[in-house]
Design a protein around this ligand. Structure first.
Ligand code: ADP
Ligand code: MG
Length: 572
C-alpha cells in the first residue's frame, strides 16, 4: 500500500536536493516516474500548448488514499524510503518526495486518485502551493495528475519557456528515453487532442528502439546480454559505420533510470575499440541492472548521475560484453570487406599519379632533418613524387617520399577531398543537387520528422529533398550532387540533429558539409587497391588545405630518414 510519510529531518537533509522542475518536459518526466513507481502498466499523457497550458498524466497504478493525497504535496513526503539507510539501496525512480510539492508550488494542480481497495476516489486541488480543496469523487483506480499553467505564479520563469512546438519536442525527447526500459508499459502522448505517440505494451524491444533511433538503426543493432551474480548487462549496439560525431545516440540506463556517466561512456567506447574512428560515438543503448545497494543514485538533484561502488567491475563487464558481441558480428575476416567502389565520388579514369609533379607537402621538410636525412638515405631515392609502399591496417597509406615516410589517414584524406568538392559545387550556401532515379525510403524518428517538417527549405539548400510519404516515412528524392552510394539514413539523421541544434546559418551550413564529408568518405578499415590509393593521393594534392580533415584532425604524418635514423641510433 502507498502510505506516504514525511521524512525525518536527518534523512531529508542527506538528499541531493535542488530545483528539478524547469520546463514542461521535466514535469512529464517526474510524473511518469511516479506512475511507473506506482506499478502502472498504462500511462497516458495529454498536453496542451506544449505543456505550458496543461500537462495531464493518467495511470492505472496503485493510487492514493485521502490521507496520502494530502501528504503527497508536502516536502520530503514519500512512500519510497523511510530511513537514511534506505538511501543507499534505492529500488524506485523517485525517493526524495520533492517533485509533487515543487510542481504544486508553481502551478494550478489537481490530483485525482483511487486505490484499488476503495470504492471512491478523491480529488485534491492546490494552486501556487496553497491547498484549495479535497473532495470525494468517483474515479477509476489509479491516479490522474494535472499540472495547469506551469509557472503562472513565477512570471520570470514562465518567460523562459519556449514556443509550444519546442516544448513538445522536449517532451517527446524525454518520453522516448523514459519508455525504453519499460516495454511492458503502454504509453500514449496526445498533444492538443491529437495523438502523436502510441506505444502498446509488448515483450519486444525493437519497436521502442525504432522510436528512439529510427528503424534502420534499430534493426541493425546487435543484442548482447551478460549476467553475473549482482550485475546484468543488456546492450543494443549499432554497427560502427552508423557512428556519429556526437554522443547523442548513446543511452545508458542503470536500474531503468536514464543516466549520463563518463565511466560507462568510456567503457562502451573501449568495447567498440578501433571499430570507431577518433571522435566518433556509436549509437547504442545499454541497460545495466545492478544490486541497488551497489550503486548510489543520490548524487545529483535530477537523479541523472550515479556512483558505482565498484566502478572497475562495471567497467570491465561492459567492455567485455560489448567487445565480445561485436567480434561475433561485425568483425568478420578483414578480407570480406567488399572491393566495390564506395568512394562516393566520380573518379578520373587516368591514374597517372607518378607523372604528376609533386606538390609541397610531399617535398622534404626544411631544416636539419633534410640535410642530415640526405646522408642517411637508404636505397631508392624517390624522384618525382611519393611511392606507395602499401596500406597499413586497411587504414593508413604508407608512402616513400624524398626524405622518408609519409603515413596518410585514408578517411581523413578523403574527408578533406569530399568536403572541398562539396564546397566547389555550393553557391551562396546552396549545394547543387541531383535527383535519385529511384527515391530512397527513409524512416525517421518522431522528433526527426518534426525537424524535417520545420526545415524543408534548409534541407533543400543542402541538396536534399525529402517528401513525406506517411507516418514517419519519407522519400529521399534528391541528394547533393557529388555524393552517391551512402548510408543516407544515418547522414540525414545527423544533418537533422545539426539543424535542430541551430546556430548561425554559416555555421549550420558548414557543419552540414562536414557531416556529409564524413559520411561520404571512405572508412578506416576499408581495403584499397593500389590504384585507389594513388588516386586518393592524387586528389589530395589538389586540395586547398590538405593537412587537415574538416574536423581539424591531421591527414598525414611524416617520419623523416633523420628521425628514423635517430630511432635506430644510427645517428645520435
Ligand atoms: P517521490 O517520487 O520522490 O516519492 P513525489 O513528490 O514525486 O516524490 O511523490 C510523492 C509521493 O506521492 C510518492 O512517494 C508516492 O507515494 C505518491 N505518488 C505520486 N504520484 C503517484 C502516482 N501516480 N500513483 C501513486 N502514488 C503516487
Ligand atoms: Mg517522484
Amino acid at each position: 500500500m502507498n502510505r506516504i510519510r514525511v521524512l525525518p529531518e536527518n534523512v531529508s537533509s542527506q538528499i541531493a536536493a535542488g530545483e528539478v522542475i524547469d520546463r514542461p518536459a521535466s514535469v512529464v518526466k517526474e510524473l511518469i516516474d511516479n506512475s511507473v513507481d506506482a506499478g502502472a502498466d498504462r500511462i497516458i499523457i495529454n498536453v496542451e500548448k506544449g505543456g505550458k497550458q496543461l500537462i495531464k498524466v493518467s495511470d492505472n497504478g496503485v493510487g492514493m488514499s485521502r490521507d496520502d493525497l494530502l501528504l503527497c504535496v508536502e516536502r520530503h513526503a514519500t512512500s519510497k524510503i523511510e530511513t537514511a539507510s534506505d538511501l543507499f539501496s534505492i529500488k524506485s525512480l523517485g525517493f526524495r518526495g520533492e517533485a509533487l510539492p515543487s510542481m504544486a508550488s508553481v502551478s494550478r494542480m489537481r490530483i485525482i486518485s483511487r486505490p484499488k481497495d476503495q470504492i471512491a476516489g478523491h480529488r485534491l486541488k492546490i494552486a501556487g502551493g496553497k491547498m484549495i480543496a479535497i473532495e470525494e469523487m468517483g474515479s477509476p483506480t489509479g491516479t490522474i495528475v494535472e499540472v495547469g499553467e506551469l509557472f503562472y505564479s513565477v512570471p520570470a520563469r514562465r518567460k523562459f519557456l519556449r514556443a509550444a512546438k519546442t516544448e513538445t519536442d522536449h517532451i517527446i525527447d524525454i518520453l522516448s528515453r523514459s519508455v525504453l526500459p519499460l516495454p511492458g508499459v503502454q504509453f500514449r502522448l496526445d498533444d492538443a487532442g491529437k495523438m502523436i505517440m502510441n506505444l502498446p505494451a509488448s515483450d519486444e524491444q525493437l519497436p521502442r528502439l525504432s522510436g528512439l533511433m529510427g528503424r534502420q538503426v534499430a534493426e541493425s543493432m546487435v543484442e548482447a546480454v551478460e549476467k553475473n551474480h549482482d550485475l546484468r548487462i543488456r546492450a543494443y549496439l549499432g554497427p560502427s559505420e552508423l557512428s556519429r560525431s556526437r554522443g547523442d545516440r548513446l543511452f545508458v540506463y542503470v536500474n531503468n533510470r536514464n543516466i549520463r556517466d563518463r565511466l560507462v561512456t568510456k567503457a562502451i567506447m573501449e568495447g567498440y575499440a578501433q571499430r570507431l574512428m577518433k571522435g566518433q560515438y556509436p549509437q547504442a543503448v545499454v541497460f545495466i541492472e545492478i544490486d541497488p545497494s551497489k550503486v548510489d543514485v543520490n548524487v545529483h538533484p535530477a537523479k541523472q548521475e550515479v556512483r558505482f561502488h565498484d566502478g572497475a567491475v562495471v567497467y570491465q563487464a561492459l567492455v567485455s560484453t560489448i567487445s565480445k558481441a561485436l567480434v561475433r558480428t561485425f568483425y568478420g575476416p578483414i578480407d570480406k570487406v567488399d572491393e566495390r567502389d564506395r568512394w562516393g565520388l566520380d573518379r578520373k579514369d587516368s591514374l597517372s599519379f607518378m607523372a604528376e609533379k609533386p606538390r609541397d607537402y610531399f617535398k622534404p621538410v626544411k631544416g636539419k632533418s633534410a640535410s642530415a636525412g640526405a646522408e642517411m638515405r637508404v636505397n631508392s631515392i624517390v624522384a618525382g613524387g611519393p611511392q606507395i609502399i602499401g596500406q597499413l591496417g586497411n587504414t593508413y597509406i604508407l608512402c616513400q617520399v624524398e626524405d622518408g615516410l609519409i603515413m596518410v589517414d585514408q578517411h581523413a584524406a578523403h574527408e578533406r577531398i569530399v568536403y572541398e568538392n562539396l564546397k566547389k559545387v555550393s553557391h551562396n550556401s546552396q549545394i547543387e543537387n541531383q535527383a535519385l532515379l529511384i527515391p530512397h525510403e527513409v524512416e525517421l524518428t518522431l522528433k526527426e520528422k518534426r525537424v524535417v517538417m520545420g526545415n524543408g527549405d534548409r534541407l533543400s539548400r543542402f541538396g536534399i529533398e525529402l517528401d513525406h510519404f506517411g507516418g514517419n516515412t519519407f522519400l529521399l528524392r534528391s541528394v547533393p550532387a557529388p555524393l552517391k552510394d551512402l548510408k543516407w539514413d544515418s547522414l540525414i539523421s545527423e544533418l537533422l540533429t545539426d539543424l535542430e541544434e541551430g546556430g548561425p546559418e554559416d555555421t549550420v551550413f558548414d557543419k552540414a558539409l562536414t557531416a556529409m564529408a564524413c559520411h561520404g568518405a571512405i572508412r578506416a578499415g576499408h581495403r584499397l587497391t593500389h590504384e585507389e590509393m594513388a588516386e586518393l593521393l592524387n586528389q589530395l594534392e589538389g586540395m586547398d588545405l590538405p593537412e587537415n580533415c574538416p574536423h581539424g584532425r591531421p591527414v598525414f604524418k611524416r617520419l623523416t630518414y633523420y628521425e628514423i635514423a635517430k630511432m635506430f641510433k644510427r645517428i645520435v
